[in-house]
Write a protein that binds this ligand. Structure first.
Ligand code: C2O
Ligand code: CU
Length: 554
C-alpha cells in the first residue's frame, strides 16, 4: 500500500457549470475538485490550503470511516475547527475498503457552493471484485442554483422564511445545460438545441464504450436537495455496490440515488453499435421544476456527435413512491462480503423528524430539538472534559406516545440544542428514524440520513408510526450495509450499527438546507480512546485556550 500525497488549494472562482457563468468553490482551479483514486489499504494525505478570503472551510470524506483518525473526518464543530483563510490543514487517513465515495465541504452550505469531488477506492493489490467488467466510468451527480449560497443561507434563516426553490440544473460531473438542451430535437418545448464544441465547462462528458463489453458505472449523488433517478435508454443495469459495500446483484431499468448515496451498476454494450444512447438523470420526490440532466453513451466507432435515434428515457414520475420503495427494498447485502448484524440491539433510540417553528423561524427538529452546532468541536470538548463546550443534558431518545405522525404538529414550537448521544464503546445501537407530517397539511418529505464514522444495516422500512411488533419483520439475514439510508414520507426506517469507532460523529439528513435548518444529531463513543488530536484541529472555542500557550515572560 501507498501514501498518496495531494496539495490542494480551495478557492472561489468564476465557472459555468450549466453554461451560465456563476461562482463556485473550486480546488486547484477545477470544478468539481480533482478525483482521488487509491487502492484499499492506501493512506491519503491531503494538504489543504484555504484561499477563501472571508470564511472557514473543511472537507469531509464521505463514506470513509476514519478508523483511528476521527480528527480527519472534516466536520466543522464536530471533528475540527474550520480552517481559516490562508491556513493549511493536513488530512491524513486510511482508505481501508474498496468502493465509490466522494468528498465535500462540511461547513455552512459550502457543499451547495460546489465544494465536492469523487474519491474512488479500488480493491487492494492482488484482490478481485466479486464481478467482472472491462472498463469503468464515474458519474458524480449534483444540483445547481443560480443564486449564491450566501443568498440561500440567508433566505433559510430569515423571517419570513425564504425557501431556495428547485435547482436550475442537474449536473453530471459538474456539467449541465441550462439554456439549451442536448435533446431539443425530441422535445415539444421551445428549448433550443445546445451548440457545444465539447471543450466548454458545461459540455457533457460523453461515455465512449466498445460494443460487446461490460462496463461499471460508479454513480454517486452529492446533491444539495434533489433525490435523483438515473436511466439509460435500451440498457438494463445490474446493481452491484451501494455506499462502498457489495450488494446482491439485481437488474433494473433505472436507479434511485439519494443525496449521500453511491451505487455501482454494470451495463452490457449489447445494443445496435451504429447508434448512441441517452443517459438521463431526473428528480424524484419533489415536483420537478428542473430539466433532466443528459449525457451520451457512445458506441465506438459511431460518431460521438451523432444524436441518439431514440428519445432520452423518461425517469419515473416524481411522486411514484412505490417505485422508489421497491427499488430500496431490492438493495440487499451480498452474503459473505459484508458483516452480519448482531441479533439484538443493546440500545434503541427513536428519532422523530419534524418541521418546526422557533420564534417564528422555520426549522427541522429531531425529537423536538433543532441542532445548532457549538463553536468548539465536540471531539476536543469531550476528550478534554470541557463541560462548557456544548449542552451536557443528554439528548432525547424518544417522543411522546400520543404524537400523531400523520398530522401537522399541534404545538409546532421546538427548541435549539447541541447535546450528544453517548454510547458505551461497542454497543449495538438501533436507530428508528420516524418521519412525520411537516408544518403544512398533507406534506411529508424524503430525508436521506447519513452516518459518519460507520456503516449501518438497514433492517427495514415501514409505513406510519413504528410499533414494537415491527421489529419481528426486521431483515437480519442479508440487510444492506450502508452509510446513507432514506426515510420515505410518513414512514419509518430501522438502522442498526455497532458503536465501535472512538470519536464524535455526525448523523444527519444529507439535504443541505435541512441540515442547515437543524436536521441532525451528534453521536459519541469511546472518546477517551482517541489518540492525539492535531492541535490545529482545536484552535477555536474553549479548546483553543488549552493549546495556545501564553507568551513567555522574561
Ligand atoms: Cu456527506 Cu455529513 O455528509
Ligand atoms: Cu431532510
Amino acid at each position: 500500500s501507498k501514501v498518496r500525497h495531494f496539495k490542494w488549494e480551495v478557492e472561489y472562482m468564476f465557472w459555468s457549470p450549466d453554461c451560465v457563468e456563476n461562482v463556485v468553490i473550486g480546488i486547484n482551479g477545477q470544478f468539481p475538485g480533482p478525483t482521488i483514486r487509491a487502492r484499499a489499504g492506501d493512506t491519503i494525505h491531503v494538504e489543504l490550503t484555504s484561499k477563501l478570503n472571508t470564511e472557514g472551510v473543511v472537507i469531509h470524506w464521505h463514506g470513509i470511516r476514519q478508523l483511528g483518525t476521527p480528527w480527519a473526518d472534516g466536520t466543522a464543530s464536530i471533528s475540527q475547527c474550520a480552517i481559516n483563510p490562508g491556513e493549511t490543514f493536513v488530512y491524513r487517513f486510511k482508505v481501508d475498503r474498496a468502493g465509490t465515495y466522494f468528498y465535500h465541504g462540511h461547513y455552512g452550505m459550502q457543499r451547495s457552493a460546489g465544494l465536492y469531488g469523487s474519491l474512488i477506492v479500488e480493491v487492494g493489490e492482488g484482490e478481485k471484485e466479486p464481478f467482472h467488467y472491462d472498463g469503468e466510468f464515474n458519474l458524480l451527480l449534483s444540483d445547481w442554483w443560480h443564486n449564491s449560497v450566501h443568498d440561500q443561507e440567508l433566505g433559510l434563516s430569515s423571517k419570513p422564511f425564504r425557501w431556495i426553490g428547485e435547482p436550475q440544473s442537474l449536473l453530471i460531473n459538474g456539467r449541465g445545460q441550462y439554456n439549451c438542451s442536448l435533446a431539443a430535437a425530441f422535445s415539444n418545448s421551445s428549448t433550443k438545441q445546445c451548440e457545444l464544441r465539447g471543450n466548454e465547462p458545461c459540455a457533457p462528458q460523453i461515455l465512449h464504450l466498445l460494443p460487446n463489453k461490460t462496463y461499471r458505472l460508479r454513480i454517486a449523488s452529492t446533491t444539495a436537495l434533489a433525490s435523483l433517478n438515473l436511466a439509460i435508454s435500451n440498457h438494463k443495469m445490474i446493481v452491484v455496490e451501494a455506499d462502498g459495500n457489495y450488494v446482491q446483484p439485481f437488474m433494473v431499468d433505472d436507479v434511485d440515488v439519494y443525496s449521500g448515496e453511491s451505487y455501482s451498476v454494470l451495463i452490457s454494450t449489447d445494443q445496435d453499435p451504429s447508434d448512441n444512447y441517452w443517459v438521463s438523470v431526473g428528480v424524484r420526490g419533489r415536483k420537478p421544476a428542473t430539466p433532466q440532466a443528459l449525457t451520451i453513451l457512445r458506441y465506438i466507432p459511431t460518431s460521438a456527435s451523432k444524436i441518439p435515434s431514440l428519445p432520452p428515457p423518461v425517469t419515473p414520475l416524481w411522486n411514484d413512491y412505490n417505485h422508489s420503495k421497491s427499488f430500496s427494498k431490492k438493495v440487499l447485502g451480498l452474503t459473505g462480503t459484508v458483516p452480519k448484524p448482531p441479533a439484538h440491539y443493546e440500545r434503541r433510540i427513536i428519532l422523530l423528524n419534524t418541521q418546526n417553528k422557533i420564534d417564528g423561524y422555520t426549522k427541522w427538529a429531531i425529537n423536538n430539538v433543532s441542532l445548532v452546532l457549538p463553536t468548539t468541536p465536540y471531539l476536543g470538548s469531550i476528550k478534554y472534559g470541557l463541560k462548557n463546550g456544548f449542552d451536557q443534558k443528554p439528548s432525547p431518545e424518544n417522543f411522546p406516545d400520543d404524537y400523531d405522525v400523520m398530522k401537522p404538529s399541534v404545538n409546532p414550537n421546538s427548541t435549539t440544542g447541541n447535546g450528544v448521544y453517548t454510547f458505551e464503546l461497542n454497543t449495538t445501537v438501533d436507530v428508528i428514524l420516524q418521519n412525520a407530517n411537516a408544518l403544512a397539511e398533507n406534506v411529508s418529505e424524503i430525508h436521506p440520513w447519513h452516518l459518519h464514522g460507520h456503516d449501518f444495516w438497514v433492517l427495514g422500512y415501514g409505513e406510519g408510526r413504528f410499533r414494537k411488533e415491527d421489529e419481528k419483520r426486521f431483515n437480519l439475514k442479508n440487510p444492506p450495509y450502508k452509510n446513507t439510508g432514506v426515510i420515505f414520507p410518513y414512514g419509518w426506517t430501522a438502522l442498526r450499527f455497532v458503536a465501535d469507532n472512538p470519536g464524535v460523529w455526525a448523523f444527519h439528513c444529507h439535504i443541505e438546507p435541512h441540515l442547515h435548518m437543524g436536521m441532525g444529531v451528534v453521536f459519541a463513543e469511546g472518546v477517551h480512546r482517541v489518540g492525539r488530536i492535531p492541535t490545529q484541529a482545536l484552535g477555536c472555542g474553549v479548546t483553543a485556550k488549552k493549546f495556545i500557550k501564553p507568551p513567555h515572560k522574561s
